[in-house]
Design a protein around this ligand. Structure first.
Ligand SMILES: [Zn+2]
Length: 134
């Protein structure tokens, strides 16, 4: 399934991994936005995603008003997100060929640390500070 060659990021970079097989997927700096289409399914959109593939001819389906194809990990074949094939023009965010990954299927690696993936920046402003009662 085309998994003979997998790109690897430099370990000094902060990046996202497939949580099932630790395949390298996207650099944290390429995280573009947190997208939630009409269906309410939320994912992270990246400027560049590597080591994934789609089955565009077989797997086209509707996600809200858009036509998408499922995106799979090149190493373990798990479903990771969607690629937008045809977008509904009135959506200000969606664009053709945009890849959205479900954050719940990713892990974040920085140096030797691996953590559950969270959306950087986008959610930071809405995070409620924890106030300790004395
Ligand atoms: Zn994988």
């Amino acid at each position: 399934m085309g998994n003979s060659f997998l790109l690897e990021f430099n370990v000094s970079d902060r990046f996202y991994l497939c949580r099932y097989c630790q395949n390298h997927l996207a650099l944290c700096k390429d995280f573009s936005l947190n997208y939630s289409p009409a269906t309410g399914v939320t994912g992270g959109v990246f400027d560049e995603v590597v080591n994934v593939h789609v089955n565009e001819l077989e797997k086209l389906r509707q996600l809200g008003p858009h036509t998408v194809a499922d995106v799979y990990c090149n190493k373990c074949e798990n479903l990771l997100g969607w690629k937008f094939i045809e977008v509904y023009e009135e959506d200000p965010v969606a664009r053709k060929d945009m890849v959205m990954l479900q954050m719940g299927k990713l892990q974040e690696r920085y140096g030797n640390q691996i953590e559950e993936a969270v959306e950087p920046r986008a959610n930071a402003a809405t995070r409620v500070p924890i106030v300790k009662e004395i």
